[in-house]
Design a protein around this ligand. Structure first.
Ligand code: ZN
Ligand code: ZN
Length: 349
């Protein structure tokens, strides 16, 4: 027995999202039913709903920044109880058997983790995301949202927050470290907040100085325009870690030249086409270039606890369900500071 729930879905590629219903499975042994309170709008929702990343499944209910409250639990659930505040991020299952799953790095599951939406459960069922009143998920793939972060500003942490926390933690951002965040958008603004809370000296590298006041308010110590060539001479050899949150084809040799010896440039965004760079840019400073993909369940929980402890959440603009299509256009034109969050209660109106 499935349950029909209200959702916003794209019926076909590039079609506007519209209000509809989707089916949620009956609770299995370890499932929890979550009444969703807020769902963030991630840029990847738009890429997938518009089928810009290759063929996708429709109807599509996007949303992998989900925050809500447990409404029901399956008979074998031990981690959560009705009323608990919980979140769901970018995946809702993984094989649990491969080397990466066993190592607690489910985001790199060798069988392919099950995406929260535009994905397929191992039993063949399509997955539907958070633009919906309810979701059913295995308790092992849900996160606890600590008291001290409200659910609206917590929602974007489930993708944007962990996407930045993971590389900052992995490459040891902290006191004495100089960290640059490239791009001050949905991802970048969380990078600034988290790197600052970790104790690093934080620099924003943005195309222009348009968002300088915001950057400094969010915790950056310095703010430079990459559109100004003098930035690259002034900051040469400065950073221990640079996290690139943009999906542009950056002049990589220029960015690599900003790293100290042994510094690392980490990409969390990717352009449509490959970028070129000179190996000399690595050789001349024993530098590394790396990538990072969201984070594991364990690390996502660690991130939520860290954010609660430091009073961090996303900077958000709350919208109703009927504003999703307009919000998509505004995200594409970078007209949001810094994350749209859908008030799911509006779906019942
Ligand atoms: Zn996302
Ligand atoms: Zn696996």
């Amino acid at each position: 027995m499935t349950t029909s729930v209200t959702a916003y879905a794209a019926p076909a590629p590039k079609a506007p999202l519209e209000k509809t219903t989707v089916e949620r499975r009956a609770l299995r042994e370890h499932d929890i039913l979550i009444e969703i309170a807020y769902a963030g709008i991630c840029h990847s929702d738009i890429h997938q709903a518009r089928e810009e990343w290759g063929s996708a499944q429709f109807p599509m209910v996007p949303g992998h920044e989900i925050a809500g409250v447990v409404a029901e639990v399956g008979p074998g659930v031990t981690k959560y109880a009705v009323g608990d505040r919980v979140g769901v991020g970018c995946f809702v299952d993984s094989c649990r058997e491969c080397a990466n799953c066993l190592a607690g790095e489910e985001q790199f599951c060798l069988k392919g983790e099950v995406q929260t939406y535009n994905g397929t459960e191992y039993d063949g069922a399509p997955t539907y995301g958070g633009y919906s009143t309810h979701i059913v998920v295995d308790e092992n793939y849900a996160l606890r949202i600590p008291e001290g972060i409200s659910l609206d500003i917590a929602a974007p942490l489930l993708c944007a927050g962990i996407t930045l926390y993971s590389p900052l933690a992995h490459w040891n951002a902290g006191p004495g470290k100089k960290v640059a965040i490239v791009g001050l958008g949905g991802l970048g603004h969380m990078g600034v907040k988290i790197a600052h809370a970790m104790g690093a000296e934080v620099t924003v590298l943005s195309q222009t100085l348009r968002k300088k006041d915001d950057g400094l308010r969010l915790g950056a110590d310095h703010f430079y325009a990459t559109g100004d060539d003098s930035t690259f001479t002034e900051l040469a050899g400065t950073f221990d870690l640079i996290v690139n949150t943009t999906s542009a084809n950056l002049p990589l040799d220029g960015y690599l030249s900003l790293l100290k010896v042994d510094g690392t440039l980490v990409h969390v965004g990717a352009p449509e086409n490959p970028s070129a760079f000179s190996q000399f840019s690595l050789i001349m400073g024993r530098r590394s270039m790396a990538g990072s993909k969201i984070g594991s369940i364990r690390e996502t929980q660690e991130m939520l606890d860290f954010c609660a402890e430091h009073g961090l959440g996303a900077e958000i603009e709350v919208i109703n369900g009927d504003q999703i299509n307009e919000a998509y256009d505004r995200v594409v034109s970078s007209d949001v500071r810094y994350r749209f969050v859908i008030d799911i209660a509006s779906l019942n109106a």
